[in-house]
Design a protein around this ligand. Structure first.
Ligand SMILES: NC(=O)c1ccc[n+]([C@@H]2O[C@H](COP(=O)([O-])OP(=O)(O)OC[C@H]3O[C@@H](n4cnc5c(N)ncnc54)[C@H](OP(=O)(O)O)[C@@H]3O)[C@@H](O)[C@H]2O)c1
Length: 277
């Protein structure tokens, strides 16, 4: 049976094994998908051992996405742009290919599942960590009118904006600033890619920076509405979405890369939402 797994630290909470088991059942694929708790200093040897023992693919989560990028001997353009890898694929010649499916997951959830029309829209991306980097290029490829990256540490946001203005030039324009640089600006979509919500916080952004009819999207998800979902609801968002759909969509894109099949995501999102998975 073909073996796959998600590797990270911590890993016990990961919903990926449940999601991929559902995909496999739905598409009639005979595979095993486990979870690997990896010591911080043993990532490379753990990955190599997994593939040497016949493993076919890995999902990579916190804190190893940058290490996976370094380990991959071949990388997709979107992984290259992200500087982070969340999907490792064992190639026939024994080399490892790295991809990043987080951005595709976000865009598919917003555009595909919820019908957000990116063309001509002004988008604000909050945060400049791994999650923000992972979605940058796929966001810029949607045809949006402009992307503003705002981060608590302003220089990191400016650096990201400069980065995409280089190799990915020709995509939509991006600018970077601090959270205090948002005064007077309005956005049609605000994506929260900060980890502020893990501590019950919301990034301090102006009360009026969501345009009338605008949407909010929090990459975080949980059993209850996240702090940023509550911010959206309290600031007139037409939709205030959390990141559960992104989680399932990025998994589906990994599954497609490994198995050549696109599973249906709606039933799996519904299962997770109902707390049955
Ligand atoms: N739904 C999904 O599939 C999915 C996928 C990937 C990630 N995520 C989520 O995305 C979030 C970010 O993950 P990450 O890997 O990017 O983390 P990270 O690399 O540690 O980056 C954290 C970011 O949040 C900012 N931040 C932290 N606390 C803040 C606060 N109190 N106020 C304002 N900004 C704050 C940091 O700003 P500074 O630079 O100033 O420190 C930085 O930009 C996590 O909640 C993660 O669960 C979800």
């Amino acid at each position: 049976m073909d073996r796959y797994a998600v590797i990270g630290n911590p890993i016990a909470h990961s919903k990926s094994p449940r999601i991929h088991a559902e995909f496999a059942r739905q598409t009639g694929q005979d595979l095993d998908y486990g979870r690997i708790l990896c010591a911080p200093d043993r990532f490379a040897e753990t990955v190599h051992a997994f593939f040497a023992e016949g493993g076919r693919g890995l999902n990579v989560t916190v804190p190893f996405k940058e290490a996976a990028w370094r380990l991959a001997e071949e990388r997709s353009p979107r992984a290259e742009a992200a500087g982070a890898v969340n999907t490792l694929i064992g190639l026939a010649d024994g080399r490892l290919r790295g991809d990043n499916t987080d951005g595709a997951g976000l865009v598919r959830d917003l555009a595909g599942n919820h019908g957000f029309a990116f063309a001509g829209r002004r988008v604000l991306l909050l945060g400049a960590g791994g999650a923000a980097r992972g979605v940058l290029r796929p966001l810029l490829e949607t045809g949006l009118a402009g992307l503003t990256i705002a981060n608590r540490t302003a220089e990191k946001a400016r650096e990201l904006a400069r980065m995409v203005a280089g190799p990915a030039a020709g995509l939509g324009a991006a600018t970077g600033c601090g959270l205090d640089g948002l005064v007077g600006l309005r956005f049609d979509l605000i994506v929260n890619a900060t980890s502020a919500g893990l501590g019950g916080e919301v990034p301090p952004i102006p009360d009026d920076c969501l345009a009338p009819g605008g949407w909010t999207y929090d990459m975080l998800y949980g059993d209850r509405p996240t702090p940023f979902c509550l911010w959206g609801q309290g600031h007139g968002a037409a939709k205030a979405l959390d990141g559960l759909g992104m989680l399932v969509e990025q998994a589906a894109e990994s599954f497609r890369l490994w198995r050549g099949l696109s599973p249906r995501t709606a039933p799996v999102i519904a299962l997770l939402r109902a707390g049955q998975a």
